[in-house]
Design a protein around this ligand. Structure first.
Ligand code: NAD
Length: 368
């Protein structure tokens, strides 16, 4: 396929090759219409360069929508490093990656994603200021799963408002898939607020921890196997593990009234949004609900402030309610409504934000 045809929706794609460190990376900038591109850097042993390119193009486009929805002054970008994160990492490889990011001169900001962790970017930070999400001791904002979990809770409250006209999450039951950094925090909050839980995780330690917590509080909890979580008679299903879990096999099992979780790309295909709608299950688009972490790293460029991040994350509540209303009034799916909302916002703000980012960029380049 003609390469320019393949990247026609994107502004810029940079292939990064450093023989000395073995770095092979691709940086894709989908859009800078709302500001410099922002997106994590994934490390994965892609079988072919085409697979890596396809992934980075898809993920960077998703970031444009996610940034618009979260109302941060950034566009969409993403990077992928082709390699095995358990074998191929070195400080020098991430410094080389940092040099490539620096060479793009402030058009792309990045940090951790699948296969990379904040420590990797401490090395990249030696070469460029365009790094977000490192620990607080290095001037970053620290653990982004805290605002992500808060965003899921605001998403649950908005969904409860839409379904039962109340923000109160107590007295209802929730099935949670994945009790990791995000899922555990959400589960803990729900237990503390009088909810009953069905939980699953492939990690026994995570299960033991939440069961112990429920015991201390005298709260109701039922542990089920991984493949049983979809059929539990809960009110809301909260996916906090992997993507693609709303599909032809799982939808017929669902008994819940809504799906609201942090996992990325929950719908295996967009048509599954239509099937959920036909089944009367309200779906909270994942990129709206899980934006808390993005809001935190974007906010870093004004210097970290947890109160401000919480205030911005609260906006997820109203955004989601508006998307539910728009979907209902136009007879479209919630995913279609969310995409439309983002496209309208990008269109409306393009000229405003380019003016704003030119004013701000020199200041952002200085990390305090
Ligand atoms: P995590 O790795 O800390 O937790 C994931 C948990 O899911 C782990 O405990 C793991 O054992 C469990 N798990 C994996 N496969 C499973 C299976 N088949 N059945 C049941 N449990 C399974 O990840 P996290 O940071 O909590 O993120 C959870 C999801 O939210 C991911 O999809 C992530 O991409 C997404 N997300 C996270 C953030 C963030 O700030 N951490 C932001 C946006 C989106």
């Amino acid at each position: 396929m003609d390469m320019f045809e393949q990247i026609r929706e994107h502004e810029q794609v940079v292939f990064c090759n450093d023989e000395a460190t073995g770095l092979k990376a691709i940086i894709a900038i989908h859009s800078t219409r709302l500001g410099p591109a922002l997106g994590g850097c994934r490390m994965y042993p892609y079988k072919t360069v085409d697979d890596a390119l396809e992934d980075v193009l898809r993920l960077s486009k998703g970031m444009t929508y996610k940034c618009a929805a979260a109302d941060v002054d950034f566009g969409g970008g993403k990077a992928v490093i082709i390699g095995d994160p358990t074998k191929d990492k070195s400080p020098e490889l991430f410094r080389a990656f940092g040099q490539f990011v620096e060479s793009i001169q402030g058009r792309f900001y990045t940090g951790t994603d699948m296969g990379t962790d904040p420590e990797d970017f401490v090395h990249a930070l030696k070469e460029t200021n365009c790094i977000v999400g490192v620990d607080e001791v290095y001037g970053g904002s620290g653990d982004s799963s805290v605002p992500t979990a808060q965003g899921v809770i605001f998403g649950l409250q908005a969904t409860s408002k839409a379904l039962w006209d109340t923000d109160d999450l107590s007295g209802k039951s929730y099935s949670i898939q994945g009790l990791g950094k995000v899922g555990y925090k959400v589960a803990e909050y729900l237990l503390e607020n009088g909810a009953d839980l069905y939980v699953t995780d492939i990690n026994q330690k995570a299960i033991d921890q939440i069961v112990q917590k429920a015991k201390e509080m005298g709260a109701g909890i039922k542990v089920v196997n991984s493949d049983e979580i979809y059929s539990q008679p809960a009110d809301i299903f909260i996916p906090c593990a992997m993507g693609g879990i709303i599909n032809d096999d799982t939808i017929p099992q669902l008994q819940v009234k809504a799906v609201v979780g942090s996992a990325n790309n929950q719908l295996k295909e967009e048509r599954h949004g239509h099937i959920l709608q036909e089944k009367g299950i309200l779906y909270a688009p994942d990129y709206i609900v899980n934006a808390g972490g993005l809001i935190q790293v974007a906010d870093e460029l004004y210097s970290p402030n947890k109160e401000r991040v919480l205030k911005k994350t609260k906006a997820i509540y109203n955004s989601l309610l508006n998307i539910y209303r728009q979907a209902e009034s136009e007879g479209i799916t919630t995913v279609e409504a969310a995409n439309k909302f983002c496209e309208n916002r990008i269109e409306a703000r393009t000229r405003r934000n380019s003016f704003f980012s030119h004013m701000k960029r020199p200041k952002w380049a200085v990390r305090m």
